[in-house]
Design a protein around this ligand. Structure first.
Ligand SMILES: Cc1cc2nc3c(=O)[nH]c(=O)nc-3n(C[C@H](O)[C@H](O)[C@H](O)COP(=O)(O)OP(=O)(O)OC[C@H]3O[C@@H](n4cnc5c(N)ncnc54)[C@H](O)[C@@H]3O)c2cc1C
Length: 442
């Protein structure tokens, strides 16, 4: 029997599965995609996927710290109906390693930390914007001016976009809020850090996996089912184990570029680019200058990472319980971006954790590390070339074959967990079988 299938059991696929009852096919043996937690015991390398009874483990997330920001109130209420949510006020900063200085985020609202000379030059630049805004680099130069771009925005975006920032279109302006009145106040030392898209966030009391697992328990899940080919003509999905499943419609949460390859469909323009991320989770003893922030953005690091997050600054239960040593420990995630799919060699992957630890020790963030655990995220951030019609055309080609891409990767947009869940709920509800006469009578 042909039916609608959902591809991918991350939060988007789970929301679509919940809303529709359609079966969800997931490549791995876990629900939640990159939004799932796992545990590692100090001095050990094994990942534990169930909450350990004794709690003597570091808790990490596959894709690094995943805090639920933004989102419609209705979606937050939906999430809150499954798990207890705790609320937080974001504490983030920019860290300048050369002068070992922490400046609250957003940098442009805290110019007085940079000293009077830099602050007045940065301010003068920002009050007289110039140039075009075709690429992300142009956009940054136009809005923040030469001084701040050289100090932070250019080197940070170079790392964050793996060198693409001078060729891709500007994107996600909301991540770099510009309010000249706030800039002026910040130059006088009255900085405002409660701005931007993630100034407040929520997080499940028992970790993200609690949310994914409770959603998955209500879905028709098919784990260890990796899609390797889709035949839109015969409407068959082929899996890695050689099995096939017929479909009449597909809801896909897989990256748009992957779907074009799996279906062998094409459009006549070059595909938009993406970046991959190597996430390194670290359990360590706190160093003497370990920040209290939830995360810091870094314009330069020898090991090439652009952000260091501190799970345990959000919640101490990311640390091993029981030995009274929580105050001495820290649970960290570090992100390094790579051009799309350019996975480093095994030797480079093995060297990376040690380079990061050495650097974080030099900065005083950590003392000895007792857990190092890395994950490669092949499609992490999606971008577009200036003026590129690729995304729209690819979506149209797939939709013409009754394949409905959904979510952050499916639709090639920057969005977080809450918006991905909203999209999954919407598409699942829209495509579920609907018999108006029955619905009206019941
Ligand atoms: C580094 C990083 C940090 C982030 N931080 C935050 C944050 O703090 N807060 C926030 O709200 N959002 C954050 N996000 C975004 C968030 O991760 C996404 O919005 C969310 O994961 C999207 O869920 P998804 O289900 O669409 O995708 P995914 O989580 O990627 O799920 C897709 C699923 O499809 C499966 N799959 C892939 N290929 C196949 C195949 N061939 N066959 C079958 N199954 C397959 C995968 O195993 C996966 O389970 C971050 C993203 C990244 C990359």
């Amino acid at each position: 029997m042909k039916q609608t299938l959902i591809l991918g059991g991350g939060v988007t696929g789970l929301a679509a599965g919940l809303a529709s009852g359609f079966p969800v096919y997931e490549a791995t043996s876990q629900a939640g995609g990159i939004c799932s937690s796992y545990w590692v015991r100090p001095g050990n390398a094994e990942r534990i996927h169930e909450t350990p009874q004794d709690g003597r483990c570091y808790r990490f997330e596959i894709g690094g710290g995943h805090w639920i920001f933004g989102g419609d109130q209705a979606v937050l209420a939906f999430i809150g109906s499954f798990v207890e949510l705790r609320s937080y006020v974001r504490m983030s900063a920019v860290y300048f390693p050369e002068r070992r200085q922490i400046v609250p985020y957003p940098l442009q609202n805290h110019l007085h930390h940079l000293g009077p000379d830099l602050a007045s030059r940065a301010m003068a630049d920002m009050l007289a914007p110039s140039g075009t805004t075709t690429t992300m680099r142009d956009w940054l130069a136009h809005h923040f001016g030469r001084t701040l771009c050289e100090e932070f925005f250019f080197p940070f975006h170079d790392l964050y976009t793996a060198g693409l920032y001078d060729r891709i279109a500007p994107q996600d302006a909301f991540k770099s809020p510009i309010d000249l009145a706030a800039v002026k106040r910040g130059a006088r030392g009255e900085g405002d850090d409660k701005v931007g898209y993630n100034a407040r966030f929520v997080y499940p009391a028992n970790g993200l996996s609690a949310l994914a697992n409770v959603m998955a328990a209500r879905c028709d899940m098919h784990f260890d089912a990796t899609v390797v080919r889709i035949d839109p003509r015969s409407r068959l999905v082929h899996f890695a184990d050689g099995s096939t499943v017929p479909y009449d419609r597909l809801i896909s949460t897989l990256p748009l570029s992957t779907m074009m390859e799996l279906t062998s469909l094409s459009v006549d323009v070059p595909a938009d680019p993406f970046t991959s991320v190597l996430v390194l989770n670290i359990g360590a003893r706190r160093g003497p200058r370990c920040p209290d922030q939830h995360w810091v953005y870094v314009p330069f690091s020898r090991a090439g990472f652009h952000r260091v997050g501190f799970y345990s600054a959000v919640e101490p239960d990311f640390l091993p319980a029981g030995d009274g040593a929580r105050a001495e420990k820290v649970s960290i995630y570090v992100e390094r971006a790579y051009p799309g799919g350019a996975k480093p060699s095994r030797e480079d992957q093995d060297a990376f954790p040690h380079e990061v630890v050495e650097e974080l020790q030099e900065w005083g963030f950590i003392a000895g590390a007792e857990v190092l655990d890395a994950t490669w995220i092949d499609v992490a951030y999606t971008w577009s070339w200036p003026g590129s019609p690729w995304r729209e055309r690819a979506l149209r080609v797939l939709e013409a074959q009754d394949i409905f891409p959904v979510g952050r990767y499916g639709r090639w947009v920057f969005q977080g967990i809450a918006d991905s869940i909203r999209d999954g709920l919407m598409v699942g509800s829209a495509l579920r079988p609907f018999d108006p006469s029955k619905e009206l009578l019941s």
